[in-house]
Write a protein that binds this ligand. Structure first.
Ligand SMILES: Cc1ncc(C[n+]2csc(CCOP(=O)(O)OP(=O)(O)O)c2C)c(N)n1
Length: 729
């Protein structure tokens, strides 16, 4: 039977027809002159769009896109020869953090509506130019979403397989970074693609491998291990490997790409890997030489140095006036506002607690996958180098390695962003419990806290993904003090349990990215598996977890100004806590509950908590604030996304007010209130309510009797009066 796919129209836009706005001439292999986008212009736009986003409060990427500028310029020159380029090429970019390099390049090429004006919105809430490529917001420019390294590369395989099945002539071209090549998914595709090609099951495939020996936190070989042997193995795996020693020589890169694409087309059995030696942060000496390659954009908000930056990019040439004008706009500093409250990253507490634990003699061992600088473990690693291991960019392998270490008697601590920890770590974490090898995980940048990076980095399933794994405890942090206290106690608990012959349980710490107060309140109890009552109120309880706890506290403050008193409950131990304690606090707050979390509503904290309360027989009125089945998107700050998804303080106030002012219609809630008020059980409460009803009935009868007696009395009087007057007449 013939296999026909669904009739789906591409949303990708046609190639621009005009010459690039800033052209540069090169020659192809036959000596023909070709106009390509000038890489200097692309890098300038990249720097300017980054600074615009940094001014708004967003972090950005510079080194990665700079490494790929010439390669993508050449590729687009080849692809965009065809107006309907998408019918000739599947272009998949796996290097998600470098997607801004593609936006900038395409603005120089005049693709779609991309221009200096549209680039100005990069990473802001209303822009489709998100931190990483998102086909859900920008289908005209992005075929497959990216962000999690090595997720798009294997998907590109699928496009090439589909083309083979359909008999299309299309070539699939995928760009991949060397850090991403460390991921298991990348390794699977690396061996499958030539295997499938040999078996005649996949269309021509060209891999653009960017090798700069640099990952996010430093040099790959020095920090972790060399990828050279893996890249050499491409040939043995069945790829045709073409090395490009200087991937910043635009003409050379163009000629190699053109030839390799032709070679791949003429022999689909031999996929081609173009092994490009790139320099991360190319174009600016300081970033090109830095061990991190200037992964993030190196300038601060409103930095005047942007002018020097542009000058360095253009060298002897004049910086085009458009760029200088934009740079001038970007260096106008607004007046500084300060909240006045001292804040810090929760991350600070992670290392503090772990350092204390090592000093107390516990065998803590930190295993990272390139994000230790963001998750909070780097301070620990600097102090205890011999207790640390860098696995490169490989979360699954990191956690599996930790399991082995745990089995051997260590207390391993793994770390990454929540978005990758709960997905790539899901199976390893299940196996950790199944092998009685508990681990500690530190998964940061939860929910909308990673605002600028966009949907792919905003884990909104972090609690639901792991809450049901047996012998695994979720700890959702809201302050650095909690991090310090709880992680220390988790180490202590695992050690005690295991030395007592028990299996021990894993602790997964979730934390945000932005700054928070170091303590929500003085004198709190930091016992494991306990919630904390942060404010006391009779009218309503607000239960919050993690990064949105400050929102609940702010809401309570606003509510108190309107005379509504709210109990704020900080609920960190989402899947394993003292639910009876929370139940009694809720009963004391008129059995009215608002739950708040930066997570999907389905199977999140609210869902888990209310289920447990129901099992305890507690009845309450409920409004839940959580994300309702949507992905996130880039924004400069988390607050913008909190507002959009109604997780902000004003939305919480509205719900709390609504509940506080509402007379409950739920008879079970009324019963609960009677139980709480008189300190009696449910049966006694029912009896009490019946008695009250009887009392009402008795008094109603008396009332009616009095009224009737009154009427009779009046009638009797009027008859008597009439009789009297007749007698007198
Ligand atoms: C699965 C996954 N893990 C971690 C990250 C965070 N991250 C972004 S870029 C990067 C490494 C950058 O190195 P590389 O991939 O070699 O890119 P290049 O240095 O060439 O820009 C990391 C770890 C991610 N995006 N995806």
């Amino acid at each position: 039977m013939s296999l026909k796919p669904l009739n789906i129209q591409t949303k990708l836009l046609n190639a621009p027809t005009a010459k690039p706005l800033f052209p540069v001439k090169i020659k192809d292999a036959k000596g023909n002159e070709i106009d390509l986008a000038n890489p200097k212009a692309t890098r300038s736009l990249l720097a300017l769009m980054d600074l615009a986003a940094v001014n708004g409060g967003a972090a950005c990427h510079w080194g990665g896109p700079s490494a790929m500028t010439e390669t993508w310029t050449a590729l687009h020159g080849i692809m965009f020869k065809h107006a309907d380029w998408y019918n000739h090429f599947n272009f998949v970019n796996d290097i998600g953090h470098a997607e801004n390099g593609i936006y900038a390049l395409r603005a120089v090429l005049g693709f779609g509506d991309l221009s200096i004006e549209t680039l100005k919105g990069f990473r802001s809430l209303n822009s489709k130019l998100t931190g990483h490529g998102e086909s859900h917001l920008y289908p005209e420019g992005v075929l497959l979403s990216n962000g999690p390294l090595a997720s798009a590369f294997p998907q590109a395989q699928g496009l090439a397989v589909a083309d083979k099945v359909l008999g299309n002539q299309r070539v699939t071209v995928c760009s991949l970074s060397d850090g991403a090549a460390m991921e298991g998914e990348a390794k699977e595709a690396m061996s499958a693609i030539p295997g499938l090609a040999q078996a005649g099951k996949i269309n021509p495939f060209v891999l653009l491998l960017s090798d700069n020996n640099t990952k996010l936190s430093g040099r790959i070989d020095k920090d972790a291990f060399s990828m050279e042997p893996s890249f050499k193995a491409f040939k043995t795996l069945g790829w045709k490997v073409v090395e490009v020693e200087d991937a910043h020589d635009l003409e050379k890169v163009y000629q190699v790409l053109e030839k390799c694409i032709e070679d791949a087309k003429s022999n689909a059995k031999k996929p081609v890997c173009i092994w490009l030696k790139t320099i991360k942060g190319y174009g600016i000496k300081a970033t090109a030489e830095a061990t991190t390659g200037g992964h993030g954009f190196p300038l601060k908000a409103y930095d005047e140095k942007i002018h020097d930056f542009l000058k360095e990019l253009w060298g002897d040439e004049e910086v085009p006036a458009e760029f200088t004008a934009w740079a001038n706009e970007l260096t106008v500093k607004p007046e500084k506002k300060s909240s006045g409250v001292a804040k810090e990253k929760i991350q600070v507490g992670i290392s503090k607690g772990l350092i204390r634990a090592v000093k107390a003699g516990y065998p803590v061992f930190s295993i990272s996958s390139d994000l230790q600088g963001s998750t909070g473990t780097s301070a620990f690693q600097s102090e205890f180098k011999e207790h640390s291991l860098d696995m490169g960019v490989a979360e699954s392998n990191m956690i599996s390695t930790a399991i082995g270490m745990s089995k051997a008697g260590f207390i391993p601590v793994v770390d990454t962003f929540a978005a990758f920890g709960v997905t790539k770590g899901n199976l390893p974490l299940i196996m950790s419990s199944l092998s009685q090898a508990p681990v500690i995980a530190v998964f940061s940048h939860t929910g909308f806290q990673d605002a600028a990076d966009g949907a792919s980095h905003q884990s909104l399933t972090y609690m639901s993904a792991l809450a049901s794994v047996p012998h695994l405890n979720i700890v959702n942090l809201s302050t650095s003090r909690e991090a310090d206290e709880y992680i220390y106690q988790a180490v202590e608990k695992i050690a005690k349990d295991r030395e007592a012959g028990l299996d021990g349980e894993s602790y997964i710490f979730f934390l945000g990215r932005e700054n928070f107060v170091s303590e929500n309140k003085e004198g709190l109890d930091y016992s494991l598996h306990q919630a904390q009552k942060l404010t006391e109120g009779r009218d309503v309880a607000i239960v919050a977890t993690g990064s949105v706890v400050p929102k609940a506290l702010k809401a309570a403050e606003l509510l108190s100004q309107e005379g509504i008193s709210a109990t704020v409950i900080n609920h960190p131990f989402v899947n394993n806590t003292d639910y009876t304690q929370i139940a009694s606090w809720i009963k004391n707050s008129s059995c009215k509950v608002v739950t708040v979390e930066d997570h999907q509503m389905i199977a999140g904290m609210g869902a888990q908590l209310t289920h447990q309360l129901k099992l305890l027989g507690v009845e309450f009125d409920l409004i839940s604030h959580a994300v309702k089945g949507e992905f996130g998107q880039s924004a400069y700050t988390a607050d913008e996304l909190y507002e959009k998804h109604k997780l902000d303080e004003l939305s919480i106030v509205r719900s709390a007010r609504e509940l506080a002012q509402k007379k409950t219609k739920n008879i079970n809630v009324l019963l609960g209130l009677v139980e709480e008020k008189f300190g009696i059980n449910k049966d006694e409460a029912i009896k009490k309510l019946e008695d009250i009803i009887h009392l009402i009935e008795a008094s109603e009868i008396k009332d009616k009797a009095t009224k009737t007696a009154g009427m009779l009395f009046n009638t009797a009087h009027s008859i008597l009066d009439q009789v009297k007057s007749k007698i007198q007449k």
